[in-house]
Design a protein around this ligand. Structure first.
Ligand code: G1P
Length: 289
């Protein structure tokens, strides 16, 4: 069955990025010339997804507006003959259909996915976290969909992280079946030091089957008192199966100030109009270091 929907949870308060995120959703912070959420939506569109389900909270309407049709703006740009800008604005509003669901209480990532149950129904779907930007030749979600097609069970994206950083992630243990594909034997959300030997960290990309909802309903609050998607996935792997996939690409934690700077430099260097000038500028800066 072809996967058509992607859930993108955007209800978080963005406290790691205060004060910038006091009045602006963190997903609307710009990397070079696009808000971070647009990188996410462009990745899922390039992977064949047709509909994005945003899990929102109050104060997040700028995200919905960004992907909406803006009659006033398009008319203004057409009248002024600013055709390049008009093309860019039209491109955004035509990217994808967006549906919003409210997460009424901040009860965790697992809970954010749970509130999409009625919109998703009985189909497999993708979950993409807005903080994790992946720069890859083949879109990360597309790579994962290929793994799902083969195994027909849920897939989480993973990346090796330094052992001392494992406590910041969901960690998977498992056996490598083929290059970069693991059969998961255990998941631990934010493990305390010394409780796992694995450094395979979950990065915010998941391909899920609808059975995850049943697991989420039975998942008790875990780390931080929140309903953790990782805990529900640990239940799913016991009852069915779960695969982890070490994707190809460079990942940035754009919800973190340093990760955001890295992403900015990375995407600026690749920008078709700004890249060459920016590279020259960086070389000049580097000389003075
Ligand atoms: C969430 C997940 C965690 C995952 C991480 C990836 O954690 O709970 O399993 O490793 O995203 O970014 P958060 O960063 O929201 O604390």
């Amino acid at each position: 069955m072809k996967i058509k929907k992607a859930v993108v949870p955007v209800a978080g308060l963005g406290t790691r990025f205060l004060p910038a995120t006091k009045a602006i959703p963190k997903e609307m912070l710009t990397i070079v010339d696009r808000p971070t959420i647009q990188y996410i939506v462009e990745e899922v569109v390039a992977s064949g997804i047709k509909e994005v389900v945003l899990v929102t909270a109050s104060g997040k309407s700028a995200i919905e507006n960004h992907f909406d049709y803006s009659f006033e703006l398009e008319t203004f740009l057409a009248q002024k003959g600013k055709l390049d800008l008009l093309r860019e604005v039209k491109h955004i509003s035509r990217l994808i259909d967006v549906v919003s669901v409210r997460q009424k209480e901040p009860l965790g990532l697992g809970h954010a996915v749970m509130v999409t149950e009625n919109v998703i129904g009985e189909e497999p779907f993708v979950v993409v976290l807005g903080d994790d930007l992946v720069d890859a030749e083949v879109p990360c979600v597309y790579q994962m969909l290929r793994v799902f097609e083969k195994y027909q069970e849920a897939v989480v994206a993973v990346q090796r992280v330094p052992m001392e950083e494992t406590h910041r992630y969901g960690i998977v243990e498992g056996e490598e079946l083929e290059d970069g594909v693991f059969k998961v034997s255990r998941l631990i959300e934010k493990p305390a030091p010394g409780t796992t030997k694995s450094n395979l960290a979950i990065i915010g990309r998941y391909v899920l089957r609808p059975e995850i909802y049943d697991c989420l309903h039975r998942t008790l609050p875990g780390v931080g008192g929140e309903i953790q998607l990782t805990d529900a996935l640990d239940m799913l792997r016991k009852e069915r199966a779960l695969y982890a996939y070490e994707f190809e690409g460079r990942r940035f934690d754009a919800g973190d100030k340093f990760g955001y700077l890295q992403a900015t430099v990375n995407f600026a260097l690749e920008h078709p109009e700004l890249g060459a000038r920016f590279r020259k500028f960086l070389k000049e800066v580097a000389k003075g270091l």
